[in-house]
Design a protein around this ligand. Structure first.
Ligand code: SF4
Ligand code: SF4
Length: 62
């Protein structure tokens, strides 16, 4: 299993990662993106590459 780690303090809630993720892992909360379905993450790294704020710091593989 893998999932991204989102730094809530750096996230600007733009929603790009939510739109970019091919697996529907992420959702936009009130003030930052959140991981809603980490079991679906395929560790492609697209969200990390797309984030304009550098708020996705790593893709963790459990
Ligand atoms: S690494 Fe890929 S599958 Fe996982 S949350 Fe990011 S965009 Fe989605
Ligand atoms: S792309 Fe980055 S800044 Fe935008 S919602 Fe996702 S984590 Fe936050």
């Amino acid at each position: 299993m893998a999932h991204p780690v989102i730094n809530a303090d750096e996230c600007i809630a733009c929603g790009v990662c939510v739109d970019t993720c091919p697996a529907g892992v992420l959702e936009l909360g009130d003030s930052h993106a959140e991981v809603k379905d980490e079991d679906s993450c395929v560790a492609c790294g697209s969200c990390q590459e797309a984030c304009p704020a550098g708020a996705i710091t790593e893709i963790v593989e459990d």
